[in-house]
Ligand binder design. Structure first.
Ligand code: GLN
Length: 476
């Protein structure tokens, strides 16, 4: 059983193809682990193995964990919110459907911050998720359940969503790989909306090869999402072990050292040294507006969420608090159904969009967004990718930032600029600080996923990170 758990998803698919592994057995092992999970990572686990496995398909019966934010037909899909209590959608999100067509089987749904708003998974209607490396700490968010499940070995791989860092940051804090693809390469149809101009689905996996494999089968145009254009290239499986000729940029405004924990900075610098040893050149680049990204994001994302979340009023979906008149029913349902962070975002967003304040907040934030996108595009003319730590710190103690929203928002300092620009970025584990994983972010120009995956793969081989302690292996 341990040997099976040691397989990556790609290795498990290959073993099934060779006839060395029975997909029913694989499903059973993971189902048992997911059902016995003590981290709070799962919101729903499949009862039994599917009756038939499509072993001719490329993903050949490999079980898949799916963030609760994705609609899955007949299966609870609440986006981590009490307001969607009891909601079982009549349809499945396009990207989940694509993966099922490719042979993946739905193992269960994973916990998350409510409507993907958060960086610690403490804002969930289902309760927090614990970090498998240290249960007194957060797994990151908002895709914290997906990250914890993959790190702890209760899922071989998982789907997450990233609006401002929600795939990359939990991947970093749990010591796994997370890819936020180029905006528009994966359909958003059936993903419960947070901020439509930023939301993007992507893989959380044990290694870079699995991320490439899962992304390959997620990407694609979709008539049901006008922004989904797919990817112009076939996504390859990375194999380059050297970085000769690769130019990496370190943005001085982001990775200058201020506010970064010393252990994170040390791991980051070791990764840069490794990149040079592998043949890359590393140079400083400048993104003069990037340090305003966080302020712009925390106007734009709440603005979009205040509009998207207007649909939850007790009439059509989920929770309804009965009352004598309609207006009271709306307000009581929203009062009881939404958590504090969601309410805070709706208030901020409504204010930022209100007449008289629109130009000063939303309009200005959009201008900052344009500048950041232009600065990044200019930098990607000079370098193949930029590198930063994924998060300024390692996994923090549960409760330590929940009373201070600004301290929480600072977690997204490195991830938000790429989200605003819609460009792809991957986080890979690059070492430990105080026994906890540190993430390295590699970001590139729009549609440069193949190159990012190659760079990440070469670094991954050189770094030799061991994630087994989170799965109950030897302590580091
Ligand atoms: N932590 C960020 C937020 O709270 C990003 C969330 C996300 O990417 N979904 O908005």
């Amino acid at each position: 059983m341990t040997a099976i758990l040691d397989l990556t998803a790609a290795q498990a698919a290959a073993a099934i193809e060779r006839g060395d592994l029975d997909p029913g057995e694989l499903f059973g092992i993971y189902r048992e682990r997911a059902a016995a999970d003590e981290l709070g990572a799962w919101t729903w686990v499949a009862d039994a193995a599917p009756v038939a496995f499509d072993v001719g398909a490329p993903l050949r019966g490999v079980p898949l964990a799916v963030k609760d934010l994705f609609c899955t037909e007949g299966v609870p899909s609440q986006a981590g919110s009490r307001i969607l209590e009891g909601y079982r959608p009549p349809y499945t999100a396009t990207c989940v459907e694509r993966l099922q067509t490719a042979g993946a089987t739905l193992l269960g749904k994973t916990n998350q911050d409510e409507f993907a708003m958060g960086s610690s998974n403490e804002n969930s209607g289902f309760g927090p998720v614990l970090n498998p490396w240290d249960r007194s700490r957060v797994p990151g968010g908002s895709s914290g359940g997906s990250a914890a499940a993959v790190a702890a070995g209760s899922a071989p791989w998982a789907l997450g969503t990233d609006t401002g860092g929600s795939i990359r940051q939990p991947a970093a804090l749990c010591g796994i790989v997370g890819l936020k693809p180029t905006y528009g390469t994966v359909s958003r149809f059936g993903m419960i909306a947070f901020a439509c101009s930023l939301d993007q689905a992507g893989p959380l996996t044990r290694d870079v090869t699995d991320a490439a494999l899962l992304y390959r089968h997620m990407a694609g145009a979709d008539a049901r999402d006008a922004t989904a254009v797919g990817h112009p290239d076939e996504i390859g499986l990375p194999s380059a072990e050297r970085l000769d000729g690769v130019r990496l940029g370190v943005p001085v405004e982001l990775a200058g050292g201020e506010g970064i924990e010393p252990g994170v900075l040390a791991a980051f610098e070791r990764s840069l040294a490794l990149a040079r040893e592998l043949g890359a050149t590393v140079e400083e680049v400048s993104l003069p507006t990037a340090d305003r990204a966080l302020s712009a994001y925390y106007v734009i994302a709440p603005a979009e969420c205040s509009s998207n979340l207007a649909r939850f009023d007790g009439v059509r979906y989920g929770l309804r608090v009965e009352a004598d008149d309609l207006l009271t029913m709306y307000t009581e349902t929203r009062h009881d159904g939404f958590g504090d962070e969601v309410k805070r975002r709706i208030l901020i967003g409504t204010y930022a969009l209100s007449s008289g304040y629109y130009d000063a907040y939303y309009g200005r934030a959009q201008r900052v967004r344009t500048l950041i996108a232009r600065e990044l595009a200019a930098v990607f003319e000079r370098v193949d990718a930029i590198v930063t730590p994924t998060s300024p710190g390692v996994a923090f103690e549960l409760g330590s930032k929940s009373a201070d929203p600004l301290a929480m928002y600072l977690n997204d300092f490195f991830t938000v600029p790429m989200s605003l620009a819609g460009v792809p970025a991957i986080s890979i584990p690059c070492g430990l600080a105080d026994g906890l994983p540190v993430g390295l972010q590699v970001a590139g120009a729009a549609f440069s996923e193949n190159r990012l995956l190659d760079i990440a793969y070469a670094l991954e081989q050189g770094l030799g990170f061991d994630g087994s302690p989170a799965r109950g292996g030897a302590t580091p």
